[in-house]
Design a protein around this ligand. Sequence first.
Ligand code: GLP
Length: 258
Amino acid sequence: MKISIFKSQQQLAAALAGRIVRKLREEPRLVLGLATGRTPLPLYHALVSRHRKGETDYSHATTFNLDEFVGVEPAHPGSYRSYMREHLFRHVNLNAKRTHFLDGRAEDLDAECDRFEESILRAGGIDLQILGIGCNGHIGFNEPAAELLPWSHRVKLTLASRKANAGFFDGELRKVPKEALSMGVATILHARQIVLMATGPQKAEIVAKTVTGPIATRVPASLLQLHNDVEILLDEAAAADLRRAGLVGRRRGRLHER
Ligand code: GLP
């Protein structure tokens, strides 16, 4: 795993946005895997500002979002579809037909997951998957468990994840759905390139476990160690435990300080 540490989350976001802008120029048909949550917000803002400067053309690009709540209307402000529309899609020239979500209102949720996997295959697979990480080590909504499901599936959310998402539902836990649909760990690991972003002190402990700990389904993000093109982008706060343990720079991964 390659680990890059930035002085601030804005610098991290600007660097990743720059990379996506370059990639999009090289491959206009880029297939992006996208994440929601607080962490990627500065990235989306940076991408929007680069687009406003006329630096990007998304008209041939395709996106797949990692996850979506079950039973939430697409127009609901708490849906991940709303989040993406608000923070990225309405500001750039993506073709709506090529922005893909798991539909948490589908009648047959298993069939919906199969349909989503087939769409990824038809698009030729995901070129670059952007990930955040939950404080419990989840990626997408693959929650810590004795077993993880490989492909897109229905998930029962942990209390921790529901609490973390309460901000998108008027701060009220009872309004946060109990279930979601999520890409599986194999869906994620099939992306050609993976970039995981983590910022803030609350992520420091799980980042250290993810990068240096054993591969365990109890830390779903640790499975990323199995992929040969993963980069972990951290701000100083999220890198604190790696630094404290002296693990940065000498064990796994190359360290790139910015
Ligand atoms: C959310 C999403 C994940 C996200 C993670 C971290 O619930 N399902 O895709 O990466 O939790 O969220 P945050 O960036 O807000 O800490």
